[in-house]
Design a binder for this molecule. Structure first.
Ligand code: DP6
Length: 321
């Protein structure tokens, strides 16, 4: 019986993943690029023991049903690899508020993959961990490696994994997450991915994804902010165009979301290095150079409809703590 605790960061995608070519294996329709969010983390402890079933605590609250099933699915993969049968006690907590527009599933499944494989006595490579995390939540594959990360489409389950393209210190970027008050409940990503191909725009988005990804990867490697901002905004807008035109349609933006887009573009036109990107929610991730983060945060806080701003630099890899 052994206990391990792992910690991992959520990530924000610059080139987005939306829609799968295989929903069960979570093989994405296109490759994606992200950065880990420093300072925000999920910490997960896994203990295998002699109890009858797996149990899950999230922020000290017991979780059953679908949430537990999704965790047990990963534990089953680990048990199979380790050739063992013990059930596990899983306890997880986040240091960032729920519903803050930060995809908690990415950090959660990355931490679960690292903690559970160690607790089962396995020594998995970063590739294997990324692949395992992916089976719980697609974007979790990107929270395994450090810094700036590319999740490759691969040819199948084996090589559909994420790798670091640059360490955190490569480029001092900051994500200022503008929290927008959204009253309605959002549709979760798993349901959303399944709707992607009902949009006539998805085929065009996917066909052009490799081109956008290459532009984004090069902009990161060359620290070319202008090109970077243009491509992340285009990619985010294209994903939301697919969401809005799927059946049923998903409309995540609120009036404040759109208002921030206009502000960010005006700030950039006047010389500030800023760009926006939005996940499956109304909150806007405003990406800027670390040296401008204070100014960007201040400007965002002054906008009507912005209730809070979370600030995160570039984070490292998922690890045992
Ligand atoms: C909009 O990885 O949360 O954030 O695999 O169903 O858990 P599941 O989906 P998830 O989807 C993330 C979608 C996105 C874009 C992105 O992060 O690439």
């Amino acid at each position: 019986m052994s206990t391990y605790t792992a910690q991992s960061h959520p990530n924000i995608a610059f080139i987005k993943y939306w829609g799968n070519r295989d929903n069960a294996l979570r093989l994405p329709s296109n490759g994606s690029v992200s950065m880990n969010l420093d300072g925000l983390f999920t910490r997960t402890t896994v203990t295998f023991n002699s109890s009858q079933r797996d149990s899950l605590l999230i922020n000290d609250h017991p979780v059953s049903g679908k949430g537990l099933e999704r965790v047990s699915y990963i534990l089953d993969l680990v048990r199979e690899m380790a050739n063992m049968n013990e059930r596990a006690e899983v306890s997880s907590s986040n240091n960032f508020p729920a519903g803050a527009g930060i995809a908690s599933s990415a950090a959660a499944f990355a931490a679960l993959a690292v903690a559970s494989s160690h607790a089962a006595g396995l020594t998995l490579s970063e590739w294997q961990l990324s692949r395992l995390a992916r089976r719980g939540s697609g974007s979790a594959s990107r929270s395994i490696p450090s810094g700036f990360v590319e999740w490759m489409m691969g040819t199948g389950d084996e090589d559909c994994i994420a790798v670091s393209i640059a360490p955190p210190e490569h480029w001092m970027l900051t994500d200022c997450v503008a929290i927008v008050n959204a009253s309605h409940k959002k549709t979760g990503s798993t349901e959303g991915h399944a709707l992607a191909w009902t949009s006539p725009l998805q085929a065009g988005r996917v066909a052009d994804a490799a081109r956008r990804l290459e532009i984004c990867r090069n902009a990161i490697l060359n620290k070319d902010f202008e090109t970077f901002a243009d491509i992340i905004e285009l990619d985010s807008d294209m994903m939301h165009a697919v969401m809005m035109t799927s059946t049923p349609p998903l409309m995540y933006w609120q009036p404040t979301t759109l208002g921030i887009f206009h502000e960010v573009r005006a700030w950039r036109a006047s010389g500030l290095s800023v760009g926006y990107t939005v996940d499956a929610g109304a909150n806007v991730h405003v990406i800027c150079l670390a040296e401008d983060a204070k100014e960007v945060e201040k400007r965002l806080r002054e906008l009507p409809g912005v209730s809070d701003v979370l600030v995160a630099g570039v984070g490292g890899a998922a690890r045992i703590v």
